[in-house]
Design a protein around this ligand. Structure first.
Ligand code: OMD
Ligand code: FE2
Length: 479
């Protein structure tokens, strides 16, 4: 889409009552009041239309190559800088972390970890938790200060943010609501995000989260020093998986009212700071650029998979990827396991047993995950770190094998009513103490594999001596 305000496409009106602009990576322009964007292609005219202030938000260093350069120009009633000094927030949120080098806060463990869903706080409290206070870090690696790393957080909240906006200076948030819609107001406009959709709030955007459905919980991955992009499709071709046009960004929306005591809560190095101002930060009357929040409906994902035999690697289900500098090595892949047909012949169709150099954090939005007959519940989570063995639980293995030889084994089956996802990283996470010590932790998780028994049979007792004939590398040669 063009950044030329005289040549704007009509915003797409989606069924949820809000107007969106479609297309990941596009350069957009949006005006809540016609004529609010400077004409003639100027970003920073001597006087902006309607007496607005021009302000640039940069998501990449100024000199980043053009095809990866991200920035947006906002035309606002007052600039963001008009506030009292920042102070450490009282109360802090002691369960947020953005530097995983400190073993007092987060520990290394190769153990398979699983958590039951966190209890939702009751609709009217206590405790009263908005998105900021309901957010807690589970694990992560690297450091926001060094601009390399990631964090996985979860949230459980029962209160809309009131009189305050959140701003994450550390990284981009990819939010996966599991229960309860989120109505997110950003400087670019509003987005309604129900479970089944995800939303990305890039580093530095001010935003407020309302809970129109009451209590809500979900998952968040945060990336430091990178942004999400669509994965390359390789031989799949030009189409498939997530399509750029299904990503929706908001349209300009602003509020002008005097708001004494309005609080900006800034997450900076994992700590919260507050600054007070007397106006809403959602005072952007028009904006243009390519650094924008966006949401995506996971049911739009077009899965590709094996159509004859063997289980495909989960990379085929990548929705978004945040790259490292090494080709093919992700800082964080966001992968989903959506409803789809399973048609592979003579194949063990659930996920295979494996150990992975990447670390895998998983969550379940609804239904039952194909590798876990029990114990992995919607709103729960699991973590299988670098080289930690994992795979289907005993029940899943036995149920699959019991179909062997029967008609079901090779019949196409539709995997329905399920939506799981994975945050997969090349970095090795440390796990926060409070997550390890949480009452939601399933300390018996390992038991789900203990029942896997040997099915090995070759008609002999004792050790196996190998083939009767000698191999070809016999140095003495044939006698
Ligand atoms: O561990 C998991 O359940 C995720 C996963 C799914 C799959 O189909 C193949 C590999 C993999 O890591
Ligand atoms: Fe895995």
């Amino acid at each position: 889409m063009s950044a030329d305000p005289t040549n704007q496409p009509e915003p797409e009106q989606k069924g949820d009552g809000y107007a969106y602009l479609s297309g990941l990576g596009n350069s957009f322009a949006s005006e809540a009041v016609p004529g609010a964007l400077p004409a003639d292609g100027h970003n920073s005219p001597l006087l902006c239309p309607l007496g607005l202030y021009a302000e640039q938000l940069s998501g990449t260093p100024f000199t980043t190559p053009r095809h990866r350069n991200l920035r947006t120009w906002m035309y606002r009633i007052k600039p963001s800088v008009t506030h009292d000094p920042f102070h450490p927030r009282d109360p802090p949120n002691p369960r947020l972390l953005a530097d995983f080098h400190d073993p007092r806060a987060a520990l290394a463990t190769p153990t398979q970890l699983r958590w039951r869903p966190a209890d939702l706080p009751p609709p009217d409290g206590p405790p009263e938790l908005d998105f900021i206070d309901g957010l807690y870090t589970v694990c992560g690696a690297g450091s926001s200060f060094l601009r390399h790393g990631f964090a996985v957080h979860m949230y459980a909240a029962n209160k809309s943010m009131d009189g305050c906006a959140f701003c994450n200076a550390d990284g981009d948030f990819l939010i996966v609501p599991q229960q309860g819609k989120l109505l997110i107001t950003t400087e670019c406009g509003k987005m309604l995000v129900p479970p089944g959709e995800i939303v990305v709030i890039p580093q530095g955007f001010r935003f407020a989260v309302d809970l129109p459905d009451g209590p809500s919980r979900g998952y968040v991955s945060e990336i430091f020093g990178a942004h999400f992009q669509l994965p390359d499709l390789g031989p799949i071709g030009a189409n498939g998986l997530a399509s750029a046009r299904d990503f929706l960004s908001p349209t300009a929306w602003f509020e002008q009212a005097h708001r004494p005591g309005y609080v900006i809560v800034q997450k900076y190095g994992g700590e919260l700071f507050t600054a007070t101002q007397d106006f809403s930060p959602f005072n952007v009357v028009a904006w243009h650029g390519n650094y924008v929040p966006y949401k995506y409906d996971l049911s739009k994902f077009c899965p590709f998979n094996t159509v004859l035999f063997d289980h495909a690697d989960p990379s085929v289900n990548t929705v978004l990827t945040a790259p490292t500098d090494k080709p093919g090595v992700a800082l964080l892949d966001f992968v989903i396991f959506p409803p789809r047909w399973l048609v592979a012949e003579n194949t063990f169709r659930p996920p295979y047993y494996h150990r992975n150099c990447m670390s895998e954090f998983m969550g379940l939005i609804y239904g039952v995950y194909e590798a876990k007959a029990d114990g992995f519940l919607p709103g729960g989570a699991s973590l299988h770190s670098c080289m930690t063995p994992h795979g289907p639980d005993t029940k899943t293995y036995e149920a699959t094998i019991s179909k062997l030889g029967g008609p079901e084994a090779n019949t196409p089956t539709r995997l329905s009513g399920t939506l799981a996802f994975m945050f997969e990283s090349a970095l090795i996470p440390r796990v926060c103490r409070w997550a390890l010590e949480s009452p939601s932790r399933d300390l018996d998780y390992y038991q789900c594999w203990i029942g896997l028994k040997s099915h090995f049979s070759h008609g002999k007792d004792g050790g196996y001596d190998g083939p009767a004939t000698t191999g070809g590398d016999d140095k003495d040669g044939e006698k």
